[in-house]
Design a binder for this molecule. Sequence first.
Ligand code: DSN
Length: 413
Amino acid sequence: MSYLSNIDPEIADLIEKERQRQTHGLELIASENLVSRAVLEAMGSIFTNKYAEGYPGKRYYGGCEFYDVAENLARERLKKLFGAEHANVQPHSGTQANMAIYFATMECNKDRLMSMSLSQGGHLSHGSPVSFSGKMYQVTQYGVDLETEVLDYGVVEEIARKVRPKVIVCGASAYPREIDFKAFQQIADGVEAYCMADIAHIAGLCASGVHNTSVGVVDFTTTTTHKTLRGPRGGAILCDQENAVLVDKAVFPGMQGGPLMHTIAAKAVCFKEALRPSFQEYNRQIVKNARRLAATLMDRGLRLVSGGTDNHLMLIDLSDRGATGLEAETALGKAGITVNKNTIPRESRSPFVTSGLRIGTPAITTRGMKEGEMEQIGELIAVVLQDLHDEGTIRRVRGEVAVLASRFPIYPD
Ligand code: DSN
């Protein structure tokens, strides 16, 4: 960082402070992870200097010979990872991957989109009224069954028959249970709709066989590359060969200009890492850790939405404790445990306050933590949640968090 420190000490200082925060705290945000040094190096490389609009072999700029090879490596590795026929690695983000599928399949201001509501686990880009997706399409949303707090496929089918959408979106940002992608495609087939699965959160789990996969099952799969896939921030799309041209045209020139080639190079590195057997073991451990953390929290009397987890995340319902998600997020943050407030089914508060907390294990699993550490972390969370304003407890927990974190360095040499 010596060049940066000379040119811009303010930014260098902020990066150093963030390094300290990541090193000494526990990252429990379900959508975050820690990339390898190899991914970081590719991200910070001179591949950022080049325009490469188009696709390998068909670029609108000269000098792209090395970029073609890198993008092809990324595409081939991603296809191999998921057993997919076609991959597009250019979307800048998960939302843009979703946008490309909407552009490829629906007419703006006319067609109907059906998806899971944001307040019950869906994503902003799945048709929320404040997102382009909710403004450009006629959106109908499904949620979870309010008693069981899991998806009821019969109800989803009923809504689909009534609405006759052009696209049914499945996949979620805050759903702790397994999603049945075959059931969603069957529902979509029954009403002649496309089915799109947004597997951003669980992509690593799907690639590792820890969760059933949507690839080869639904029409379109979108993902981010920075969550359980443990790569750079970005998006990707997988589909069958018959939809390849449709998807590629929707991404470029339909929605984006120049691809971020340094990110695509880093995606290639991430996919290579994910093809190693240790990646499957890593994803198995994410789920084992989540189950143990969930069990510890429940043993301490906390209620989890749907009574537990099948994947990498869990939702704590604070509504019976007179506390809000915002207060809990703040108190845990002071204790060095980073989580995010989250809406829960039957939510009565605004998304800025909420009655829930979302907690995930991908990043702490990357640090090498296992079930024993999950019990310790569960205890620490429970202690803080017992009295959110007890500064003495928060200080003590912060100390224990720092000791635990120091045993699992982010970048051990
Ligand atoms: N905002 C992300 C999450 O935290 O789930 C999804 O894009």
